[in-house]
Design a protein around this ligand. Structure first.
Ligand code: B3K
Ligand code: ZN
Length: 880
C-alpha cells in the first residue's frame, strides 16, 4: 500500500467493533505460484456496539478477491464495495457466515508481512496488521476468534505443516499433496495467527508443568541448523519454570513450538503456541554464537514465551495499548535474566540501552508517550519507548508496591482480564485495586512523553548535623506536548561517609533503626528532604539501581565520582560513577585536540579495576567499557561526532599506554580453564580478556598483536574468535586485518548468522568500514537485499556504530544512507523506516552536519511513491 498522505489514527476515535467474529475456519492451498486462502467467518453483531445495523467492514491489503459469499450465497460485485484497503458489505444480518476466497503471492512478498517465503519455506508475520495481507478480516486486536486452520501443500517439499494449537487431523491428497488441520481452543486476535510450511527437522523435548501436565516442546529448523537448538530449548524450559515460580503462570496448550526463519523483520513473534524466530535470535552453538548472542537468545525466548500470558491470554484492546503487553513482558524478561545471571550487569545493560537510545528517541522528532495518542503507521511504534521505557514504568510500579503487592496485582490482572483485550489503564487499575495504592498521578508516565530531568542540589548544616537534598523535576516539551505536570517518581538513594561507610538515613533526629537506603517518592515539582544526625557532609548516591527513567544532574566533583566508583554499596551506581567520570574526561577533550594528558584519577581508577581481582569481575568488565560514542552524542548539544570519536579514542589510547603491563597481566590472568560455559564468571573473564586485547591493539602493541593472532587461531568459541577478529580489524595492522577477515569468511561462509557478524564487524569499524568498503560489502556474494539481517549488519551497523565515518564532514555518509533507504522503501518499508532513524536526529548535531543530514531526509521525502512507514518518520522529522 503506497500513499502520499497517510491518514492519522487517533486513540480518541476508538470505537468498539461493530461486529465480532466468533470463529474462523481457514484453508490454505499452498503452491509455488501463489496461495489460495478460503476463510469462513462466523460473524455476529457486537451487543456492546451502538453502531446498530452498520455495514460490515473488513481490512485487506495486496489481496486478489476470488469470491465472497454470505450464508452460502455468492455476493456479486454490486453487493459490496472495495475501497482498496477495505471491503464494505452493507445490509448484513445480525449473525451470519461469510466465506471469503483470496489469492495471494507469498513468493513475491518482500515486505515480510502476512504470508511469505523465506529460504524455501512458507511462514507468516501478522503483528501488527499483517493478517489483512492474507485475507479480508476485521484486523484489530479486540476481535478475538477461535481459529481452525487446514494447510495443504506438496508433501515432498513441505513435509512439515504447522499452525496454532493442536494438530487434529492429517492425511494424504492427490498429486503428491498432503494436509494437516490445526485447532486452537483459545480465542485470539488475528495478529497471533501463524502458519509454517517447509522441509524442517524437528527437535523434541518436554516440560512438566506445576500441575503435572506434560507439554510437548518442539523446535523446527532447517536441517543444517539441527545442532544449534539446545540453548533455546534449555532457555525455554527455564522460562516456563520461572513463570510458574514467580508469576504463578502455567502453560495452557499441549504443544509449544518454535520455528527459526532467516528472513524476518524483527527478533521474534509470540504467535499462540507457535513462536516464530529470526534465526539469529534462536540458533546458537559455542563455535558460532558469542556470549552476547547466547544471552540475547535466552532473553528473547523468555520474552516470547512470557507473552503467552502477558499478550496472548490478556491482549491489547487497540495498538495504542501496545506497551500493555510489550512493557510488561520486557519487564518480565529482564527480571528473568537478572535472576539467571548477574542482576547488576543486566541492569547496567538495560540502562545503557535506555539512556543511549530511548532517551535520544524521547528527545527526537518521533518522541511519543508510552501510550501514544496517534500514529500513521503502527509498525513505526514498536519503539524503545513502548518497550524499554514501558518496562521501566512497570518496574517503578514494582518498586512502589514492593514484590508481594506487585504479585497480588499481577494475579488480579490476569484473573480479571483473562481472554480479554484491555488497556494500560486496566493494568494500572488492577495494581491499584490489589495494593490499595493510588496511582492516579503515576498514570502520567503513560501519557506524557519526554525524559524527566531531576536537578539535584544539596547543603550541609554542620552545626545542626542536617543534610538537605533538594530535587526539582521538569519534563521537556515534545512534539504536541508542552507544560507538563510533575510525575510520580521513585528515587532510590543513600548517603556515604568519608570512609565509604553507608550512613543511616534519619528523616527525623533521633530516628533509630533508620535504613541505609530509601526510596523517596517525588510528586511535586520540587522537594527538599532533610537527613538528620550527620557529623560530616556526606557524599550522595543518587537514583540507585536507576530507580526511574530520568536524567539526574548534580554537580559531582571528580573526587566524589572516583570515591563512589570504589565505595558505593550499589553496584549499579559504582558503574554509573565511573561512566560519569569518563564522560567528564572525554568531554573535556572534545574540540581540544592539543590536550594530550588525561586526568590521573581516571587512570588510577581504571588501574585499580584492572588489577584488583578481588572485585566482582562481571561488574569490572562492564566498568572498563568507556561510554559509547552514541551516548556521548546523546549527552551533547550541537554534537560533532568525529570530534567526539577522536576524543574518546585519545582517552582510550592514553589509558592503554598507561596501563599496558596491567592489561597484559589481565589478559593472561583471564585465560579460560576448562570447557566453555555461558556463566556470569566465564562471560566476565572473556570480556576482560577481549577488552585488554582491543586496548593493546589500539596502541600497536606487538605482544597484543601476537596474542590476538594466537587467540584468533586457537579459540574454541565465537566470543574469543570474534574478540580477536574485532581487535585486529580495528587496529593499524592492515595485513593482519585482511588476513583474518578472509580466513574468517572462508571458515564460516556457509553459516548466514556468522556471515552477518562478519559483515557488521567491518561495517562498524573505522578501519574496515570506510564508504567504498561499505559499498563493496553491498556487492558481496553473501549480501542479500531481501534479508533484513544482512541489511542491518551492513547499513545499520555503518550508520549506527561507525559514527566517525557516517558523520564524515563531506556528508557522504548521509547521502549513502538516504540512497539505501530509498532503495529499500520499495521492497521492505518497515526496514527502510527503521534504517532512516540516524538521519532523523539532525537537530542534535552542529549545523554543518545537521543541515546535510536534513538534506538526506529531504531526498528521501521526495522519492516517488514513498511508503506510509517512511513517510511518517521523514515528515515528522522535518516538521517545524
Ligand atoms: N510482538 C512482536 C513484535 C511485532 C512487531 C511487528 N512489527 C515481538 C515481541 O515483541 O515479542
Ligand atoms: Zn514482545
Amino acid at each position: 500500500m503506497r500513499t502520499n498522505q497517510p491518514k492519522t489514527i487517533y486513540l480518541s476515535e476508538y470505537r468498539v467493533p461493530a461486529y465480532l467474529v466468533d470463529s474462523v475456519d481457514l484453508t490454505f492451498e499452498l503452491f509455488e505460484e501463489g496461495a489460495r486462502v478460503h476463510s469462513v467467518l462466523s460473524v455476529r453483531r457486537n451487543p456492546d456496539s451502538d453502531a446498530g445495523p452498520a455495514p460490515l467492514e473488513l481490512d485487506g491489503d495486496s489481496l486478489k478477491l476470488e469470491s465472497l459469499a454470505l450464508d452460502g450465497k455468492t455476493l456479486d460485485e454490486g453487493a459490496f464495495e472495495d475501497l482498496g484497503d477495505r471491503l464494505v458489505i452493507p445490509g448484513v444480518p445480525e449473525t451470519f457466515e461469510l466465506t471469503v476466497v483470496t489469492w495471494i503471492e507469498p513468493q513475491n512478498n518482500t515486505r515480510l508481512e502476512g504470508l511469505y517465503k523465506s529460504s524455501g519455506m512458507f511462514c507468516t508475520q501478522c503483528e501488527a496488521e499483517g493478517f489483512r495481507c492474507i485475507t479480508y478480516f476485521p484486523d484489530r486486536p479486540d476481535v478475538m476468534s477461535r481459529f481452525r486452520t487446514r494447510i495443504e501443500a506438496e508433501k515432498s517439499a513441505y513435509p512439515v505443516l504447522l499452525s496454532n494449537g493442536n494438530d487434529v487431523d492429517r492425511g494424504d491428497l492427490a498429486d503428491g499433496r498432503h494436509f494437516v488441520t490445526w485447532e486452537d481452543p483459545f480465542p485470539k486476535p488475528c495478529y497471533l495467527f501463524a502458519l509454517v510450511a517447509g522441509d524442517l527437522v524437528e527437535k523434541r523435548d518436554s516440560f512438566t508443568t506445576c500441575s503435572g501436565r506434560e507439554i510437548d516442546l518442539r523446535m523446527y529448523v532447517e536441517p543444517r541448523n539441527a545442532e544449534k537448538c539446545d540453548h533455546a530449548m534449555d532457555s525455554l524450559k527455564r522460562s516456563m519454570r520461572w513463570d510458574e515460580d514467580v508469576y504463578g503462570r502455567e502453560y495452557d496448550l499441549d504443544i509449544f513450538m518454535i520455528v527459526a526463519v532467516d528472513d524476518f523483520n524483527m527478533g521474534a513473534m509470540e504467535n499462540k503456541g507457535l513462536n516464530i524466530f529470526n534465526s539469529s535470535c534462536v540458533l546458537a552453538s559455542q563455535e558460532t554464537a558469542t556470549d552476547m548472542a547466547f544471552q540475547r537468545i535466552e532473553a528473547i525466548v523468555a520474552h516470547e514465551y512470557f507473552h503467552n500470558w502477558s499478550g496472548n491470554r490478556v491482549t491489547c484492546r487497540d495498538w495504542f495499548q501496545l506497551s500493555l503487553k510489550e512493557g510488561f513482558t520486557v519487564f518480565r524478561d529482564a527480571s528473568f535474566s537478572a535472576d539467571t545471571g548477574s542482576p547488576t550487569v543486566k541492569r547496567i545493560e538495560d540502562v545503557t540501552l535506555l539512556r543511549t537510545a530511548q532517551f535520544a528517541e524521547d528527545a527526537g522528532p518521533m518522541s511519543h508517550p508510552v501510550r501514544p495518542s496517534s500514529y500513521m503507521e503502527i509498525s513505526n511504534f514498536y519503539t524503545l519507548t513502548i518497550y524499554e521505557k514501558g518496562a521501566e514504568v512497570v518496574r517503578m510500579i514494582h518498586s512502589l508496591l514492593g514484590p508481594d503487592m506487585f504479585r497480588k496485582g499481577s494475579d488480579l490482572y490476569f484473573e480479571r482480564h483473562d481472554g480479554q483485550a484491555v488497556t494500560t489503564d486496566d493494568f494500572v487499575r488492577a495494581m491499584e485495586d490489589a495494593s490499595g495504592r493510588d496511582l492516579s498521578q503515576f498514570r502520567l508516565w503513560y501519557e506524557q512523553a519526554g525524559t524527566p530531568v531531576l536537578d539535584v542540589s544539596d547543603e550541609f548544616d554542620a552545626s545542626a548535623g542536617i543534610y538537605r537534598l533538594t530535587i526539582r523535576q521538569s519534563i521537556p516539551d515534545t512534539p504536541g506536548q508542552s507544560n507538563k505536570q510533575p510525575q510520580h517518581i521513585p528515587f532510590a538513594m543513600g548517603l556515604l561517609g568519608a570512609q565509604g561507610q553507608a550512613l543511616p538515613l534519619r528523616l527525623r533526629s533521633g530516628d533509630t533503626d533508620a535504613p541505609l537506603e530509601r526510596v523517596l517518592e517525588l510528586t511535586d515539582a520540587e522537594h527538599t528532604f532533610e537527613f538528620h544526625g550527620l557529623d560530616e557532609r556526606p557524599v550522595p548516591s543518587l537514583l540507585r539501581h536507576f530507580s526511574a527513567p530520568v536524567r539526574v544532574s548534580y554537580p559531582w566533583t571528580r573526587e566524589q565520582l572516583q570515591f563512589l566508583m570504589s565505595h558505593d554499596p550499589d553496584g549499579f551506581n559504582r558503574w554509573d560513577a565511573g561512566q560519569r567520570l569518563a564522560v567528564d574526561v572525554i568531554q573535556g577533550l572534545v574540540g581540544n585536540p592539543d590536550e594530550d594528558a588525561i586526568d590521573s584519577r581516571l587512570v588510577d581508577a581504571y588501574r585499580q579495576l584492572i588489577s584488583d581481582s578481588s572485585l566482582d569481575q562481571a561488574l569490572v568488565a562492564k566498568m572498563l567499557q568507556l561510554p559509547s560514542e552514541a551516548y556521548l552524542i546523546e549527552l551533547s548539544e550541537a554534537a560533532d561526532a568525529p570530534a567526539i570519536h577522536a576524543a574518546r579514542e585519545r582517552v582510550l589510547k592514553r589509558l592503554a599506554t598507561a596501563l599496558r603491563d596491567e592489561l597484559v597481566a589481565c589478559y593472561n590472568r583471564n585465560h579460560q580453564s576448562g570447557p566453555y560455559r555461558v556463566t556470569p564468571e566465564q562471560i566476565a573473564g572473556r570480556s576482560l580478556r577481549n577488552t585488554a586485547l582491543s586496548w593493546l591493539l589500539l596502541i600497536n602493541d606487538d605482544e597484543g598483536r601476537e596474542l590476538a593472532s594466537q587467540q584468533f587461531r586457537a579459540a574454541d568459541n565465537m566470543t574469543d574468535r570474534m574478540g580477536a577478529l574485532r581487535a585486529l580489524v580495528n587496529s593499524d595492522y592492515e595485513a593482519d586485518r585482511e588476513r583474518v577477515l578472509s580466513e574468517f569468511y572462508e571458515r564460516f561462509r556457509h553459516d548466514p548468522q556468522v556471515v552477518e557478524q562478519w559483515f557488521s564487524v567491518q561495517a562498524a569499524s573505522g578501519q574496515a568500514g570506510r564508504l567504498p568498503q561499505i559499498r563493496a560489502l553491498l556487492e558481496h556474494e553473501a549480501f542479500d537485499w531481501k534479508n533484513p539481517n544482512k541489511v542491518r549488519s551492513v547499513i545499520g551497523a555503518f550508520a549506527g556504530q561507525n559514527l566517525a565515518e557516517f558523520h564524515k564532514p563531506d556528508g557522504s555518509g548521509y547521502e549513502f544512507l538516504a540512497e539505501q533507504v530509498c532503495r529499500l522503501d520499495d521492497s521492505n518499508p518497515q526496514i527502510a523506516a527503521r534504517l532512516v532513524t540516524p538521519l532523523t536526529r539532525w537537530r542534535k548535531f552542529a549545523p554543518s552536519y545537521g543541515e546535510q543530514m536534513k538534506a538526506g531526509l529531504e531526498k528521501v521525502r521526495d522519492k516517488a511513491g514513498l511508503s506510509r512507514d517512511v513517510y511518517e518518520v521523514v515528515h515528522k522529522s522535518l516538521a517545524d
